[in-house]
Ligand binder design. Structure first.
Ligand SMILES: Cc1cc2nc3c(=O)[nH]c(=O)nc-3n(C[C@H](O)[C@H](O)[C@H](O)COP(=O)(O)O)c2cc1C
Length: 349
């Protein structure tokens, strides 16, 4: 019977356990998207995870969507990430870079002068983006021209190459949480009538182009993909998730992607929906604890279990699980705050 403490072969990497740290935006980079020394400390503190997935990293200046989030398109950003990956490796860990483009989640003050937020269609998100300049209403994004889309996919490839240069062990394509890749998948957000909209195959096209660019740069054995169908965030609806996600999973399988990471963040059971359509390793995440994660592994429902909030407040989570030690709660007020508090000051047990 497989447990959280069994090893897992992921491409050339041997994960010492099946406890995966979820990608989590923590907003501790500088205003140029350069990772700070504090970030190296934070990730190194959590290096006992079988695999760490970094917070979402924007692939180009036009892809940024939140204050103090990191990028991976400048020399300074690559050098900053190198400090993070060196610190993780020095502690015996392994870390993938999660790559994203925020699309219509961006607001103009976060983008280069004159650059507008873009999306598959000109439909705004309701609500506000909470920036360091204050809350800013989402704007109606500019619908991308079909001719512009291949260049954005290529940015994912370039950032993936930079990820290897920065010392990451692999790359996760962020196709979740209502960011640009997800915006193309979701028929309530993508109203296009060209080859990137309409049918399921057309709505999946951008995801596969971005993915193929990443695979071209780092290889399928070092590539994972995250999905979160019907998440209640960024106005995601996914009206035909039942068709989209099994189709996507089969396309990922055909490409030999190392893992598919599904976050179940609503009634739709992504774990059951895609499992049989994907031949690589399946990582299940969202709302799981030691007991439910162990049960999923034991039943063969997943090969790895992804923990988010528990890793924020329990840097030594694998040891706490193994030794039955008490778990600390996270302070949500400091999730996206500045500085060390609520970030690197959670003690080991
Ligand atoms: C503070 C915070 C930041 C997050 N940032 C990201 C992110 O950058 N990329 C992503 O794919 N998911 C992000 N998530 C979602 C987590 O990866 C995970 O799916 C979610 O927290 C559910 O897992 P949990 O119940 O184990 O926390 C974030 C979650 C939290 C709490």
């Amino acid at each position: 019977m497989t447990t959280l403490f069994d090893t897992l072969q992921l491409g050339a990497l041997t994960l010492p356990n099946r406890i995966v740290m979820a990608p989590m935006t923590r907003s501790r980079a500088d205003d140029d998207g350069v990772p700070t020394d504090l970030m190296a400390t934070y990730y190194a503190q959590r290096a006992s995870a079988g695999l760490q997935i970094s917070e979402a990293i924007y692939v180009s200046a036009n892809a940024k969507g939140y204050s103090r989030t990191p990028g991976l398109h400048t020399a300074a950003q690559i050098a900053g990430w190198r400090k993070v990956t060196d610190a993780v490796h020095a502690k015996g860990g392994r870390i993938f870079a999660q790559l994203f483009h925020t699309g219509r989640v961006a607001v103009p003050p976060l983008l280069p002068a004159g650059v507008e937020p873009v999306a598959p269609s000109a439909i705004a998100i309701k609500g506000k983006n909470y920036t360091d300049l204050g809350p800013i209403d989402y704007v109606v994004p500019r619908a991308l021209e079909a001719s512009e889309i291949p260049a954005i996919a290529a940015e994912f490839g370039a950032a993936a190459r930079n990820a290897l240069e920065a010392g990451f062990d692999g790359v996760e394509l962020h196709a979740a949480s209502g960011y640009l890749v997800h915006q193309f998948l979701d028929a309530s957000i993508n109203h296009r009538t060209d080859s990137y909209g309409g049918s399921v195959a057309n709505r999946v096209r951008f995801a596969l182009e971005a993915l193929d660019a990443i695979i071209g740069a780092v290889g399928a054995a070092r590539t994972g993909v995250k999905i979160s169908p019907r998440i209640k965030f960024n106005d995601v609806a996914d009206p035909d998730a039942e068709e989209v996600y099994p189709h996507l999973a089969r396309e990922l399988s055909a490409r030999g992607v190392a893992y598919l990471h599904g976050a179940k963040q609503g009634a739709y059971n992504v774990h059951e929906a895609v499992r049989s359509h994907f031949q690589g390793h399946y990582f299940a995440g969202a709302g799981l604890d030691q007991a439910s994660g162990s049960a999923m592994l034991a039943s063969g429902g997943a090969e790895g279990i992804v923990y988010g909030k528990l890793f924020i407040s329990n840097p030594d989570l694998p040891r706490r699980f193994r030794d039955g030690l008490p778990l600390a709660d996270d302070d949500t007020k400091t999730h996206y705050a500045k500085g060390a508090q609520g970030y690197v000051d959670y003690p080991e047990a």
